[in-house]
Design a protein around this ligand. Structure first.
Ligand SMILES: O=C(O)CCC(=O)C(=O)O
Ligand SMILES: [Fe+2]
Length: 267
């Protein structure tokens, strides 16, 4: 191979209008890094959802682990990881305020809509995953106006006791951008997976790492537009840059690909 080549052709963001089985297989097989889908919602759906969200009271992720502060609306497993197992408090939180559609007074369930659109051209419907028979939260709305630190998401490592009741062979992160800032807010993905020595770059108590951890890795950067979906392989280190201007609000959840080709979600 040419010694001057510095770009890995298997590290690309592919733009597509729907999610095709072969593109999803490419994402799972790491032939691509992410799939971008513009205009995932209609303008009306987008506007209705954002209108309700702008009136909702967002909460902060736990500030010991998540700094700078990130706001969220909804319940997510990352706040309920107790020594590698999902705490019972997750289910309690879900029971007490899990009905996100009701809380937003929305006429439709935006998470169901996302699952249906993801699955539209796939061989199986996309379903909410279960743990010991109980369905996970459908997802969460996140607002990282000050950015996300460089980090990766990998349920195999975060929950070594198995989070989902199925054999998963790949994990994806779904983000639908509902409001984006005028400046900053880029999503950056580095061609690097966690290695044990990366822990020396870990920020104190944080979910994140100092950027030196990816100093030598190739990166891709994307400035999401309102209405875009980014489906990424979250085992690649990634970050969100701090922003200025409008709030950066997205709908998000994790997806696992099962060993029989189905997609299961969790929030
Ligand atoms: O908001 C984004 O663009 C990426 C958020 C993130 O860290 C993820 O989806 O895992
Ligand atoms: Fe992430």
């Amino acid at each position: 191979m040419d010694a001057t080549v510095s770009h890995d052709p298997l590290f690309e963001i592919v733009t597509s209008s729907t999610i095709q089985r072969n593109t999803l297989a490419d994402l799972a097989a790491e032939k691509i890094a992410a799939i971008r889908i513009p205009d995932f919602l209609t303008a009306q759906e987008q506007q209705d959802l954002l209108e309700r969200l702008l009136e909702a009271e967002f909460e902060s992720y736990g500030s010991e682990r998540v700094y700078p502060q990130v706001m969220r609306f909804g319940v997510a497993v990352s706040d309920y990881n107790e020594h590698g197992t999902l705490s019972d408090r997750y289910w309690e939180a879900l029971d007490s305020n899990g009905d996100i559609t009701g809380r937003l007074k929305l006429p439709y369930d935006p998470f169901r809509l996302c699952r249906e659109r993801i699955g539209a051209e796939l061989p199986f419907p996309v379903e909410i995953g279960t743990r010991r028979g109980r369905s996970f939260a459908p997802g969460v709305f996140r607002e990282p106006n000050n950015g996300f630190q460089v980090h990766f998401d990998d349920a195999r490592r975060e929950f070594p006791t198995n989070l989902v009741d199925e054999n998963l062979i790949a994990q994806f992160a779904f983000n639908l951008y509902l409001s984006v800032p005028e400046e900053g807010g880029e999503t950056v993905i580095w061609r690097h997976h966690w290695m044990p020595e990366d822990e020396s770059h870990r920020l104190p108590n944080s979910y994140g790492y100092a950027e030196t951890v990816v100093a030598r890795a190739e990166s891709l950067e994307i400035r999401p537009n309102v209405g875009d979906v980014l489906l990424l392989n979250p085992r690649f280190f990634h970050a969100v840059r701090p922003s200025r201007g409008a709030r950066r609000i997205s709908l998000g959840f994790s997806l696992g690909l099962t060993d029989d080709g189905r997609l299961l979600t969790w929030g």
